[in-house]
Design a protein. Sequence first.
Length: 312
Amino acid sequence: MYLLHRSSIVRLVILAGAMTMIWVALAACGASGGATASPAADRVVAVVNGHRLHESDVALVRAEKRLVGQSDAAPAALNEAIDRELVRQEAARLGASADLEIVRQRMTDVTAQLGGAAALKTSLGRAVMSAAQLRRSITDGVLREAAQDAKFPRVVADEKAAHAYYVRHRRETFTQAAAVHLGAIPVRTEMVAENALRRIRQGRPFAEVARQFSIDPESRDSEGDLGLLLVSSLPGPLRQAATSANLGVLAKPVQAGGIWYVLDVLARRPVRLIPYAKVRARIQEELTRVKRATALKAWLAKARKQASILQK
């Protein structure tokens, strides 16, 4: 059976095509040790410019790779852990630090993208990674970004590059899809749906009838208000009804996936291109981040050759 939930609401992200939050948090991070091993058992695996790198550092890199669906091979993880240590040392030299408010927001974003706290716990369990490890990873990812900003302040994306990016990606990234603000009362039979609809016609508020009849606890708690939904996310019969009928409560219940719905079409939003002026600053900020990350990667290649690295 198909039951609409508030969690089916798709939020439009202006820079959806540029990156995912998990990759921002993890692929750009530098884990600062302290995985699952106790200090006594945390073997030193390398010494980088006099700073010890532990087995837990490598274990954490491997866990991050598993979390984003990449290979967790130990040799590659050790090399990445060494690079991260070099970035931490450079950040300290530059006086760069991680903004804890950004860390908190990244944690929130990752949790939301994975589908909530329960889904995050499941994903971390599969990756054999703790929430504390994830927070440390994100903290060091934010630190890495702070380091590259401090090291390459003159590396910026200009307005011309931002506009070119907008033109290339305006269809898939900067176009808001059609959406509908929908109220719904899901019930199990057509007879119950007709009964609920009759009460609304008799003057009972939609919210009150939703609380009485809805078989979905989430919909019941929200008094039937599902919020703004992408039209494309709706099952066929609901999509057709929500886009073709006049605003207001539909005259007849609609069946979809074995469930009957009493629908209230509250508002519609057509397909709309987001104006360049509204996203220009965000595009320049993201492109600048990418350029600085590329510059930092090039610096790392040189720093590694010049560093004193002793692997145990």
